[in-house]
Design a binder for this molecule. Structure first.
Ligand SMILES: Nc1nc2c(ncn2[C@@H]2O[C@H](COP(=O)(O)OP(=O)(O)OP(=O)(O)O)[C@@H](O)[C@H]2O)c(=O)[nH]1
Length: 520
């Protein structure tokens, strides 16, 4: 077995590797594809819901501003009746503050910006001339105004919502304004801040100058935000949804909308990681749930691989030892349960049959004399070796045709061959089943008689000699043979010596006149 055949993968492993690889690849592919689809769905759904939420909140906030302005407008109408009565103004300011709950404070100013009344009165602004951006915008425009955020006269970050006051003849008297404190509890904070989730979702409001009007981190309110594409869109008046990085570098899924009354943008956003966290858990759950089925599939694959490869493995093992006579039996026992292995088994049995037959024939040919069909020197040596090992006593008769040269010369070589064949047949006829005949030279033969002593050998030799003497050997006519006998271990303990002895007896028979048997 060389290294290459050792390192080659067997069929069972090959089936296992292929099946497992394809099962794992399809599982991974399915998981990956469904993960990607669900991921995109989650992202799209979150973006959409954030956009819808921001839109709804923008509408609510716009409604709030409209209603706040309405309340101030109504107050302005009532106050116009008696704008010079401070007690009346104080009562109205207080009523507006307490009744509406829309503002953190109410300030009433005259046409020059002087504060006529406040609620709460603790602001201590009465008598002062307000020069804040909100007051200036209100007086200058004489219209309803929602200011940009600014720091108020008493140091709060506010937005200033004001409504002009005109008397019955249309003369401008001043303005009534409500302030909303951006960094304190206010209706705006309540409206916007009630949806701050534990998973990191939040919303913020930004004005046209990128200033934060509302943010869950109060300290950030009033600061400006740069480098955020969502805010770029808001400033351009575009509502929508997109993935964006917040100031902390966190990936967010943002939906945003514009409040028409102020042009502010409301941005609702959720961390992408929080959105996808459920998907990771879901995918892990799918993987966990499919584990038992995967394990059962693996066992089935193992079993199938074994069942498919087993007959082929047994046949392959048999193919290595096809010259062994037992292999056919082993292959016969292989359970070839599917078509290919059954055909292979059939072909192998046929091949082994032919091979064994050829091997048998070759063995016979190697040990047989082609002219007479008797054994040759190999047969002789094999026989003697076996008997010597088994300590089987035997006798040897050495046989030689008399004057064979003369026969050849007189009748030709073919006639000589015919004589040799006939002599071989006579030898077979007058012997026992265990006796062995070998042609060891041109017209020299040896007859080996196991378990026969010299007397028994003598009888066989005489019988053969007489048969040949009277046999018809046409076209040659009559021929005679001379024979020499020796026995093992009677003649010698050395087998080679015994053969020599039989030869010597044969020559003695020749010398003594031929057509004779001699033994020693
Ligand atoms: N036809 C034939 N002749 C063979 C064969 N092998 C050997 N011979 C011949 O057999 C003859 C053997 O002659 P020898 O052993 O010299 O003597 P012989 O003529 O038999 O005389 P003796 O043995 O003394 O009786 C030779 O002429 C060989 O050529 C064979 O296979 N066929």
């Amino acid at each position: 077995m060389n290294l290459q055949s050792v390192t080659k993968m067997d069929l069972r492993r090959l089936i296992l590797v292929l099946t497992l690889a394809s099962a794992l690849i399809s599982l991974a592919n399915t998981l990956y594809a469904s993960y990607q689809v669900q991921r995109q769905q989650l992202i799209d759904a979150t973006l959409e819901s954030n956009h819808a939420y921001a839109t709804k909140l923008a509408a609510s906030t716009d409604d709030f501003f409209a209603s706040a302005m309405q309340q101030l407008g109504y107050g302005a109408k009532v106050m116009a009746k008696d704008f010079s009565d401070r007690h009346f103004l104080n009562a109205e300011a207080e009523r507006l503050l307490l009744q509406t709950d829309s503002f953190n404070s109410i300030v009433i100013i005259d046409g020059k910006g002087e504060v006529l009344s406040t609620s709460p009165q603790s602001l201590n602004l009465v008598g002062q001339v307000l020069e804040t951006p909100g007051a200036m915008a209100s007086i200058t425009s004489r219209k309803p105004v929602i200011s940009e955020p600014y720091i108020s006269a008493v140091g709060n970050l506010i937005i200033f919502i004001s409504h002009p006051v005109f008397d019955a003849r249309g003369r401008y008297l001043g303005a009534i304004s409500g302030s909303i404190y951006l960094k304190r509890k206010s209706i705006l904070n309540r409206l916007l801040g009630s949806h701050y989730y534990e998973d990191g979702s939040y919303l913020y409001v930004v004005d046209q100058k990128r200033r934060l009007i509302y943010h869950p981190v109060v300290d950030r309110v009033g600061t400006t935000v740069a480098g955020n594409t969502v805010i770029d869109d808001v400033i351009a008046g575009i509502a929508g949804k997109k993935q964006v990085q917040n100031s902390m570098g966190t990936e967010m899924l943002a939906g945003y909308s514009i409040i028409p009354a102020t042009g502010w943008g409301i941005v609702a956003q959720r961390p992408k990681s929080a959105t996808l966290a459920s998907l990771d858990t879901l995918t892990l759950g799918v993987l966990k749930n499919s584990l038992p089925v995967m394990a059962i599939s693996l066992l089935i694959i193992l079993w199938c691989a074994r069942m498919i490869s087993k007959p082929l493995k047994q046949l392959a093992n048999g193919a290595r030892t096809m010259d062994n006579p037992l292999t056919a039996q082993q292959i016969q026992g292989v359970k070839s349960w599917y078509f290919e292995s059954a055909e292979l088994k059939k072909a192998m049995l046929l091949g082994i049959g032919l091979l064994q037959k050829n091997i048998h024939k070759l063995r016979q040919d190697v040990q047989t004399d082609p002219l007479t069909g008797l054994g040759n020197r190999r047969t002789l040596e094999q026989c003697l070796q076996n008997w010597e090992q088994d300590e089987t006593p035997f006798s040897v008769i050495s046989v030689d045709v008399d004057f064979f040269k003369l026969i050849n010369d007189s009748y030709g070589h073919d006639a000589g061959d015919l004589v040799l064949k006939k002599l071989a047949q006579h030898m077979r006829d007058c012997a026992r089943a265990d006796d062995v005949f070998c042609r060891v030279g041109g017209e020299e033969f040896l007859i080996l008689l196991p378990k026969a002593d010299q007397q028994e050998a003598l009888q066989v030799a005489q019988r053969l000699r007489q048969q040949i003497e009277h046999a018809d050997m046409s076209p040659v006519g009559r021929v005679t043979i001379s024979l020499g006998i020796a026995s093992w271990p009677a003649s010698s303990h050395d087998v080679a010596q015994v053969l020599k002895q039989a030869d010597q007896m044969l020559y003695l028979a020749k010398r003594n006149g031929r057509n004779r048997v001699e033994m020693g």
